[in-house]
Write a protein that binds this ligand. Sequence first.
Ligand SMILES: CC(C)(COP(=O)(O)OP(=O)(O)OC[C@H]1O[C@@H](n2cnc3c(N)ncnc32)[C@H](O)[C@@H]1OP(=O)(O)O)[C@@H](O)C(=O)NCCC(=O)NCCS
Length: 193
Amino acid sequence: MPAHAQFRTERLLLRRFRDADRAAYAALNQDPVVMEHFQGLQSTEVSNAFIDKIEAHWDANGWGLWAIEVPGVAPFVGFAGLWPATQVLGWDAVEIGWRLSRDHWGHGYATEAAREALSFGFRELQLPEITSFTVPQNIRSRAVMERIGLVHDPDGEFDHPRVDPVAYPHLVRHVLYRLDRATWESHQAAAAR
Ligand SMILES: CC(C)(COP(=O)(O)OP(=O)(O)OC[C@H]1O[C@@H](n2cnc3c(N)ncnc32)[C@H](O)[C@@H]1OP(=O)(O)O)[C@@H](O)C(=O)NCCC(=O)NCCS
């Protein structure tokens, strides 16, 4: 495991996935509320395959999506972190993303994890920019993007290339949010003053 793959924040442990997380991850992907803005529920096989992909990505690249543990509360509440977005956006891009089980919404956990992911991406990986995107109606996800300082790019709206437009026409259009490293650094400097 890369040394920097695990972080403690005020309330969270951001860590690599363990096999013990698999059942809870599969369960959240079976919750219609969690999956409202996705193309249907995800089977245990699909959930397991994504964990395998996340872990392989960490091994190959030293960055990726963390499993979120809330010590003293729950061993696994969901994931957050960075993920390649080049194939979706069509340029060399990294996205920040999150998915939490319904029981653990409304506590600021996604925002807390996402702030750490931004810091990791800009400070350690020296990424020039971090993006995020979702369907316009995913208000909760957009709220996280805005809380952590990403800015809506009205010219960046796009049709997601992996969404089936026949089965899920309402999930095709996506809004794009962006934050570049210089702006993030200036926010950090202002917050420290
Ligand atoms: C997107 C998602 C992660 C957001 O979860 P969330 O709990 O709303 O977001 P946060 O963790 O930032 O929590 C914010 C809420 O916690 C509250 N909160 C409570 N204690 C808090 C604390 N100590 N610090 C910060 N916020 C706190 C905030 O007031 C806010 O409440 P509100 O939504 O009623 O205004 C969640 O809705 C989800 O998993 N959705 C399904 C998957 C998904 O759509 N992912 C995105 C795909 S692009």
